[in-house]
Design a protein around this ligand. Structure first.
Ligand SMILES: [Zn+2]
Length: 292
């Protein structure tokens, strides 16, 4: 169903022209095999007013939006679908102001609430750990920052990166700043970022030892020779991520980058495509935040 997601503004307008169309789209996402009563599992329902569905077996009333971020919202589903589309199609992230403008919302506060509801829903709760085969390595980022008296203050930070293997490509990634490259910190990161039972692929750095005992089949590739290129070939995905991270930091901070102790890199960095994809999993959250 996610394949039917509109890719152009025109498709969006045609596909989600009415609340009825939006509801049908959500129903197909929620019940791909057809309606299923949340109370008795019954497969047949009668449509009632205002999008309500009455289970033919137990008379339980439900809606396609029950338990989702759209539940009880005073905003129309058409508006929500447009907001969703806008947020997921902005390469550099949507802003509340942009959303307010695009949706023609009277209040900035409403736009802000909508944006944050969508952002929260785009994080997959409890399902965010990497799995399968995962490369892990650390990298130094940052450099020398000029102090008050013009002296250089070393401000390098150690960042540990995990990159899920997807064929030859990089799957999902996780990274975190760690105090040092000790077993304590590396193991803690791995346990927080990777599902137990996944194969963790590292270089021969001693502190990685013991991963097997923690329930992670451990694959070690040792460096042959001292060429830096050898390390890149050994764990190509984490090294690609590391160089992208460094380039991003340079671009963002124009060289004057200093990661302080408080700086924590996002543990989940999702591409816009991944964010759009994960929406299908995140849409039906149990929590029911307040209506904007
Ligand atoms: Zn029922």
């Amino acid at each position: 169903m996610i394949e039917n997601y509109p890719t152009t503004l025109l498709e969006l307008e045609e596909q989600f022209a009415t609340d009825e169309q939006c509801r049908a789209y959500l129903a197909a996402l929620r019940w791909p095999e057809g309606f299923t009563c949340p109370r008795c599992g019954g497969r047949k329902a009668w449509p009632a007013q205002r999008g309500r569905l009455i289970c033919a077996a137990c008379r339980h009333q439900t809606t396609v939006t029950a338990g989702t971020i759209f539940q009880d919202s005073r905003l129309s589903l058409r508006l929500w679908c447009r907001a969703l589309w806008h947020v997921t199609s902005q390469k550099n992230g949507a802003s509340a102001l942009g959303l307010q403008r695009v949706l023609g919302l009277g209040s900035y506060q409403t736009a802000w609430t909508v944006l944050h509801k969508l952002r929260r829903a785009m994080v997959r709760p409890g399902r965010d750990k990497l799995s399968g085969r995962v490369e892990v390595d650390e990298t130094q980022v940052g450099g020398v920052m000029l102090g008050r008296k013009g002296r250089g203050i070393p401000s390098k930070s150690l960042v540990v990166i995990a990159a899920q293997e997807e064929g030859n490509r990089i799957g999902r990634i996780r990274m975190a700043r760690i105090v040092d490259g000790s077993a304590e910190h590396l193991h803690r990161f791995i346990q927080g970022a990777i599902v137990q039972g996944s194969c963790v692929h590292t270089d021969g750095w001693k502190p990685y030892h013991g991963l097997d005992q923690l329930g992670y089949p451990h694959e070690v590739s040792k460096l042959k020779g001292q060429q830096p290129s050898a390390a890149t070939e050994l764990l190509p995905r984490v090294h690609r991520v590391a160089s992208l991270l460094k380039r991003w930091l340079l671009g963002t901070h124009q060289g004057a980058i200093a990661l302080t102790r408080q700086t924590i890199l996002p543990l989940g960095t999702a591409s816009s495509a991944a964010a759009a994809g994960s929406l299908s999993n995140a849409r039906w959250r149990r929590k029911q935040p307040k209506t904007p």
